[in-house]
Design a protein around this ligand. Sequence first.
Ligand SMILES: [Zn+2]
Length: 242
Amino acid sequence: MIPTPFKPPALQDTTASVVECILASHDNEVYVDGEVCFLTKDELNIRTHNTARMLKIILQDKTEQYDISRYFWERHLHVDPLTRPRSHPKFILDAEYSATPEEEIHHPEIWKRQLDMLRSVLVHEQLHLFVGPLNRRINPRLTSLVWKLKMISPLREIPIPKILIERVGEQRARAATDLHIVVNWLELQANKRFMGTLSQAQDLITSVAVYQDIYQAVIEADVAIAEIFRQPEYRDYLLEHP
Ligand SMILES: [Zn+2]
């Protein structure tokens, strides 16, 4: 029998969340994880504020379709235009998805797309806190879930994304790829709920700039993955309301 580790319940209350902006402080060329970013400091800071504004709108949306409270474990959110999204040690989103108040009024299709993308990346990073690290000793149930998922053919041979090798090193990148099978599939399920249809959710996550091989594989294996998640020992990973 696999021991069941404690799964933290979602915070539910998203309205009291803190959204802090970390503003770009350099005037000249700005580097984002080693790449030159061709936005001025002022442009970056405007994007940052707009992203923070969008986050507040997402967090305050309590309509049944868009309520993210079941995917919410960290309320101290930061926006930093000079980094990539991460869940720990500090929860940080970048300013990649950013629409202006003018776009909200005059270009609702741009506004909605940016909002949907930002919600997806917010949920992705929050899901990392729920799922936890892929470590056999401290998370044996997750390890067994991943082991079962990797019997499904498109999940067995996913190439390791370059971004993971850069981030965690070659040795840990395979485990990080495997972990993202779980996180990215749960992100797909969350987007199905938000967007209303599977095809809209697929369309959204296939335009994310990173992890495309993983997203494609979980889309292809969606039904088979769902079957494994529905097994009694993994069911609570589905985050369904009783
Ligand atoms: Zn991730």
